[in-house]
Design a protein around this ligand. Structure first.
Ligand SMILES: [Zn+2]
Length: 165
């Protein structure tokens, strides 16, 4: 993705105030951005490889100095994404196992909030919501185990395939 911005702050690379500057975004809001100067002739630009940082000349939209850098960059990105997904999955699984342990063999269980906290429950991580049919209570789920705050700093834990709550 390529976006144009007006430069408001003259910088050390010699870009003047109000000069149009072209940025290439690799991944919106995240990752590196590369600056290419639009005053280069015939669409040629001096760029910096977003992987190794080496300077090179090429088409204005070129991001890598070589195919090797393109491949390495793409692999690194995939690794980072996989690490992020793995870490979220571990948090969800941890929550699910805490709920499973606390409910025991029952269909539902009421426990104090601090019991969840002492077990290291991560309240920010959940998979979906479920509204019970009869009483329209909304439960927050981590896979097949759900919970709902019922007041007085207490939580009700349920199993997905239990009776209606
Ligand atoms: Zn490179």
């Amino acid at each position: 993705m390529i976006k144009f911005y007006r430069c408001f702050y003259p910088d050390k690379d010699g870009v003047g105030k109000n000069q149009k500057v072209q940025y290439t975004f690799v991944y919106e809001n995240i990752c590196e951005s590369k600056r290419l100067y639009t005053d280069n002739i015939k669409g040629m630009a001096t760029g910096k490889c977003i992987y190794c940082g080496k300077k090179f000349e090429g088409r204005a939209d070129k991001k890598y100095c070589s195919d090797a850098c393109r491949t390495s960059y793409s692999n690194d990105l995939k690794t980072r994404e996989n690490e992020e997904i793995r870490s979220i999955r571990l948090s969800l699984r941890k929550n699910r196992n805490i709920l499973k342990k606390l409910i025991g063999k029952k269909q539902d269980q009421i426990i104090p909030k601090e019991t969840l906290e002492h077990n290291g429950f991560l309240f920010d991580y959940h998979t979906h919501f479920f509204t019970s049919e009869l009483q329209k209570n909304v439960f927050t789920f981590c896979y097949d185990y759900g919970y709902r705050e019922i007041g007085n700093k207490k939580f009700k834990i349920i199993r997905r395939w239990g009776a209606d709550h």
